[in-house]
Design a protein around this ligand. Structure first.
Ligand code: DGP
Length: 210
């Protein structure tokens, strides 16, 4: 990929109800106000045919094996990656609300093999920056609409939290910039920390793959 004037690839991860989607919206507004081209992608993207299957699974109106849903979540990322790649090449900063790291964290929490969970996402674009918004599962559980979907229970979220710690360790060893922020601080504090990190992304480096 050409390194000239490319956009950056930023991923926001977190437990359910960690404030990810609000922060993604604030990032969008901040970068747009600075005149930057920016596009937000939310994973899972529930609008595609695969995304609709994922949505039904999360709302518990359909049942699928743990392996099948893992592969569907990954396929949902693969179906959008060419679009993301061409946006980045044309100078657009792409902000992803969840990505492959959620895939490992949630599926491994159900007992699937760690390396097996990683494999379907190998070859996807490697982000310039991953920000994990940390909020304790107990605090998240007190937030609005919690418990409406599959996975929104404290036991599951605690395992997911542990898995994100391992993901951060492993990817940091691979030199991926993976930062955990305390998302229980005020919206404004978290937002300005995120913007500081995004401003420091080095887009002169070529994008690699996971
Ligand atoms: P959200 O739309 O951000 O609330 O995410 C939907 C739920 O799906 C949330 O509980 C996290 C979970 N999730 C997101 N990505 C993946 C994935 O790749 N694999 C699995 N198993 N779960 C995921």
């Amino acid at each position: 990929m050409s390194t000239q004037n490319r956009g950056s690839l930023v991923v926001i991860e977190g437990l359910d109800r960690s404030g990810k989607s609000t922060q993604c919206q604030l990032i969008l507004e901040n970068l747009q106000a600075k005149g930057k081209k920016v596009q937000l992608y939310k994973f899972p993207d529930r609008s595609t045919a695969i995304g609709k299957k994922i949505d039904a699974y999360l709302k518990e109106t359909s049942q699928l094996s743990d392996q099948v849903i893992h592969l569907l979540f990954s396929a949902n990322r693969w179906e959008l990656i060419d679009d993301i790649k061409s946006k980045i090449q044309s100078g657009v900063t792409c902000v992803l609300d969840r990505y492959a790291f959620s895939g490992i964290a949630f599926s491994a929490a159900k007992g699937l093999n760690w390396e097996w969970c990683k494999s379907p996402d190998r070859g996807l674009l490697r982000p310039d920056l991953v920000i994990f918004l940390h909020v304790s599962p107990e605090i998240a559980a007190k937030r609005g609409q919690y418990g409406e979907e599959r996975y929104e229970n404290i036991e599951m979220q605690k395992m997911v939290e542990k898995n994100f710690e391992r993901i951060q360790r492993e990817y940091t060893e691979e030199k991926l910039s993976f930062v955990t922020l305390d998302a229980s601080s005020s919206l404004e504090t978290v937002h300005s920390q995120i913007i500081n990190l995004i401003d420091k992304v080095d887009v002169s480096r070529a994008l690699e793959t996971l």
